[in-house]
Design a protein around this ligand. Structure first.
Ligand SMILES: Nc1ncnc2c1ncn2[C@@H]1O[C@H](COP(=O)(O)OP(=O)(O)OP(=O)(O)O)[C@@H](O)[C@H]1O
Ligand SMILES: [Mg+2]
Length: 264
C-alpha cells in the first residue's frame, strides 16, 4: 500500500456470471482529494463504486481501506468510514425527508440509544446545505426527482464519513443545485475527506475534480489531472465524440465543446 492512501485497489476484477466487466484496475485514493470517474455507459463505473463501498465482492484482486481488507469491515463499521449516494435508489417505505436524512446518523448511534442533539444538528446542517430543510416533513414519495436526489445526498453528508462516493448524484439536478453539491464536495475534500464522484458532464468533472479516472470497457484508460487526461484525442477515443478543449476565463476552468451536428 502506498503511504497515506485511504483506499488501495490492486488488480481488481469483477464479473456478472460469466461476463467480465472490470479488468485489472489498480489505483490509490488519498484523503483530501476529489476524484472524478468518467467513461461511457456500461464501462463499469457503478460496478467499481459498488466494489469500493463493499456492496459487491471482487472476483480477483484486492481492495484495502486504511491497509485492511475491505471484506473484513463490519457493516456498521464500514458505514462510519464511507457514505454512498447510489445511481439508483429504491425507497421501500414512506419515510419523510428528515427521517431519511437521520438514517445517515444510524451508524453513529448506539443500538439502544436515541439520537443526540449533535446527531440532529448534523442532519439539519446537511438539509440546510442542500436547501431541503423546508421539505423536512414531506414524505419522500411526494417529492420531485431532483428533490428526492438532494435528500439522498443529504443523508450521505449527515453520515459524516472520511470517504464519500457519489454515483451520478447530480444527474437530475438543475445547474444551481448541481453546482451547490459539487462545491460542497470540493470543500469536503479540502477539509481532508476523500470524495469520488461518477460524472457524465466532462465540463463539471474537469472543473471540480483534482484527479480523473477515465474508464473504457472495464479498464482504467487514463488517470491524472483534467488538463492532462481530458484531451480531444482521449475524448474521441473513449466517447467516440469530437471535442475541443480550451481554457475558459469565465468559468476559470477547462471548457470542452463538442461537434454537435452530423458528426455521429
Ligand atoms: N446486475 C447485473 N447483471 C449483469 N450485468 C450487469 C449487471 N449490472 C451491470 N451489468 C453490466 O456490467 C457492465 C457495467 O455496468 P455498470 O453499471 O458498472 O456501468 P456504468 O459505467 O455505471 O454505466 P452507466 O454510465 O450507464 O451508469 C455493463 O455492461 C452492464 O450491462
Ligand atoms: Mg452507472
Amino acid at each position: 500500500m502506498n503511504e497515506g492512501s485511504l483506499f488501495a485497489v490492486e488488480n481488481l476484477g469483477f464479473a456478472y456470471g460469466e461476463t467480465k466487466v472490470l479488468h485489472d484496475i489498480s489505483c490509490q485514493l488519498y484523503p483530501g482529494c476529489f476524484y472524478g470517474v468518467v467513461g461511457p455507459n456500461g464501462c463499469g463505473k457503478t460496478t467499481l463504486v459498488d466494489l469500493l463501498c463493499g456492496c459487491k465482492q471482487p472476483a480477483t484482486g484486492d481492495i484495502r481501506l486504511r491497509g485492511r481488507a475491505l471484506a473484513n469491515f463490519g457493516k456498521r463499521e464500514l458505514a462510519r468510514q464511507l457514505a454512498l449516494v447510489p445511481q439508483e435508489f429504491d425507497i421501500g417505505f414512506d419515510f419523510t425527508v428528515e427521517e431519511m436524512v437521520m438514517m445517515g446518523r444510524h451508524p453513529h448511534i448506539g443500538r439502544f440509544q436515541a439520537p443526540t442533539a449533535a446527531d440532529w444538528d448534523k442532519a439539519w446542517a446537511a438539509m440546510v446545505s442542500l436547501g431541503i430543510e423546508t421539505l423536512a416533513d414531506r414524505p419522500l414519495a411526494s417529492l420531485s426527482g431532483g428533490q428526492k436526489q438532494r435528500a439522498i445526498v443529504a443523508r450521505a453528508l449527515a453520515q459524516d464519513t472520511p470517504a464519500l462516493f457519489f454515483d451520478e448524484a447530480t444527474a437530475s439536478l438543475d445547474i444551481h443545485h448541481a453546482l451547490r453539491i459539487f462545491n460542497i464536495a470540493r470543500r469536503l475534500a479540502r477539509q481532508g475527506r476523500m470524495v469520488l464522484a461518477v460524472i457524465h458532464d466532462l465540463n463539471l468533472a474537469a472543473a471540480f475534480c483534482d484527479h480523473l479516472l477515465v474508464m473504457k470497457d472495464g479498464r482504467l484508460f487514463a488517470q491524472g489531472e483534467a488538463d492532462t487526461v481530458l484531451t480531444a484525442d482521449v475524448i474521441e477515443e473513449v466517447f467516440e465524440t469530437q471535442a475541443e478543449v480550451v481554457w475558459d476565463a469565465f468559468s476559470d476552468a477547462l471548457r470542452i465543446s463538442y461537434r454537435y451536428f452530423d458528426a455521429i
